[in-house]
Design a protein around this ligand. Structure first.
Ligand SMILES: [Zn+2]
Ligand SMILES: [Zn+2]
Ligand SMILES: [Zn+2]
Length: 124
């Protein structure tokens, strides 16, 4: 019996919540047991980004990952943390530590995009 996806938003959000790390489209698709089509996943994730529920991380591997936001508002993301991609297990996660950015005079920061690759706590 094929289950109908009546609540893709709810299911994607709960997948992101239980993952404790960022997820790519492929990861979400396999979480959904391939019962949700790519277009739906893209649409829901883009919506979440606009709503300030989720932020997008562009990995050095060229893939996009999505992680939950903790205190963002609609259309207004404010993040100053690094993201870490593990070269061993492939996990992408948000690092809690806030970063103090110091820029030359006259520069006004609005978006911060920092990614570190290496070996995560579990793999190192
Ligand atoms: Zn955010
Ligand atoms: Zn790892
Ligand atoms: Zn993050």
């Amino acid at each position: 019996m094929k289950r109908r996806n009546t609540q893709p938003k709810k299911e994607i959000l709960s997948a992101l919540k239980s993952a404790h790390s960022a997820l790519s489209h492929e990861m979400i698709q396999s979480e959904m047991k391939d019962q949700m089509d790519r277009a739906t996943i893209y649409r829901v994730l883009n919506r979440f980004c606009e709503d300030g529920l989720v932020h997008r991380i562009v990995g050095d591997d060229g893939k996009q990952y999505f992680a939950l936001c903790l205190q963002c508002e609609e259309k207004k993301h404010h993040h100053n943390h690094f993201h870490f991609r593990c070269l061993d297990c492939g996990t992408v996660e948000c690092l809690d530590k806030e970063i103090q950015i110091s820029l030359p005079a006259g520069y006004v920061p609005e978006h911060f995009n920092g990614l570190i690759t290496g070996h995560c706590r579990r793999c190192s």
